[in-house]
Design a binder for this molecule. Structure first.
Ligand SMILES: CSC[C@H](NC(=O)[C@H](Cc1ccccc1)OC(=O)N1CCC(N)CC1)C(=O)N[C@@H](CC1CCCCC1)[C@@H](O)Cn1ccccc1=O
Length: 329
């Protein structure tokens, strides 16, 4: 058995990727953000305060004949960008890309932070990290993928995120036609709950890869490519107008600049992110100053290969073999 779901950029900056998920009987369809950096499936619901819920699609367990309250269970989560949510837990059937998990923990939000209230393009998250990261207490719950893995043809999923076009999350199979290059595999470290790996080197503008390894995570829920300052500086030294903008909290440059590419080595392959994928978006509508897709990870403490990097590749999240595969797109 397999599953295949389309995913779409939320806006012109590819800030988030939205995938439709069916929950309950009859199906209630919600737009959710798939996040390989976390391990909870949570949704805006009939239990979310009305003042916070407006503009969002809501899950109503009372309207689902297959919903069951997981009595006594609660959850609370805070993300890297300081956004947060919490609530109680139901189990219900959850279908993604045509594949159904009958008894999936669906975490219902009774509280959401301002960022989520304002981010009306999504009504929750599907955590695709490792089960060890789940935040339900007293008994942590399994992710949708973990519940699905044993029934899928292969215990893996792929992410094919695209710049301003429809991409896909495929479950249980690898569609190699989505990639140009060979898939290079490298061990994945799931001990912290997310998909950790080590890149073997990097280069700017098509130069030969150096051997400076970078340990980080493959994170579909993070917009940017966040790397150490020495790499960020080496990259923007090639961009004449680049400067740090305090209000934007990042490096900005003239939108007319011809940005160099950025490459990294992984699993024996080289993944090259083209310059135009690294020119994210004008800092505001109509501005000729643009915000960089590569920014510093210094104040986060972890390097994050987010959507800007993932867009350059077909990425295989292989739970069965605890490895990550990367192929140039
Ligand atoms: C330093 S991790 C920052 C990262 N959040 C982002 O990337 C947000 C995404 C976004 C974009 C637009 C609207 C709303 C949200 O976007 C920015 O922060 N941006 C983009 C726009 C830019 N102008 C400024 C910088 C982040 O917490 N991800 C987590 C998942 C997110 C949470 C928020 C909702 C979307 C999914 C998560 O995987 C990060 N994680 C990774 C490993 C371990 C724990 C952990 O928690």
């Amino acid at each position: 058995q397999t599953g295949s779901a389309n995913t779409n950029p939320s806006d012109s900056a590819d800030d988030e990727y939205i995938t439709s998920v069916s929950i309950g009987t009859p199906a209630q369809v919600l737009p959710l953000d798939f996040d390989t950096g976390s391990s909870d499936l949570w949704v805006f619901s009939s239990e979310t305060p009305k003042s916070s819920a407006s503009g969002h699609t809501l899950y109503s367990p009372s309207k689902s004949s297959t919903a069951k309250k997981l009595s006594g269970s609660t959850w609370s989560i805070e993300y890297g960008d300081k956004s947060s949510s919490s609530g109680d837990v139901y189990t219900d059937v959850v279908t993604i890309g045509g594949f159904s998990v009958k008894t999936q923990a669906v975490e219902s939000a009774t509280k959401v932070s301002t960022q989520f209230v304002q981010d009306t393009v999504i009504s929750g998250l599907v955590g695709l990290g490792f089960d060890v990261g789940n935040q339900v207490s007293p008994r942590p719950q399994k992710t949708w993928f973990s519940n699905a893995a044993n029934s899928l043809a292969e215990p893996l999923f792929t992410a094919d995120l695209r710049h301003q076009e429809t991409g896909s999350y495929n479950f249980g199979f690898i569609d190699t036609s989505l990639a140009k290059g060979t898939i290079g595999y490298t061990p994945a470290d799931g001990s912290e709950g997310y998909w950790g790996f080590t890149a073997t080197g990097y280069s700017v503008g098509g130069a030969k890869l150096n051997r400076n390894s970078i340990t980080g995570i493959a994170d579909t829920g993070t917009t940017l490519l966040l790397l150490p300052d020495n790499i960020v500086d080496a990259y923007y030294n090639n961009v004449e107008s680049a400067q740090y903008d305090d209000s934007q909290e990042g490096v900005v440059f003239d939108c007319s600049e011809d940005l160099p590419s950025f490459s990294f080595g992984v699993g024996g392959q080289t993944i090259t992110i083209s310059g135009d994928l690294l020119n994210l978006t004008p800092i505001e509508e109509g501005s000729s100053t643009c915000f960089g897709g590569l920014q510093s990870s210094a104040d986060i403490g972890i390097n994050i290969f987010g959507d800007v990097a993932l867009k350059a590749a077909l990425v295989v999240f292989d739970l069965g073999n605890e490895r990550l595969g990367w192929a140039q797109k």
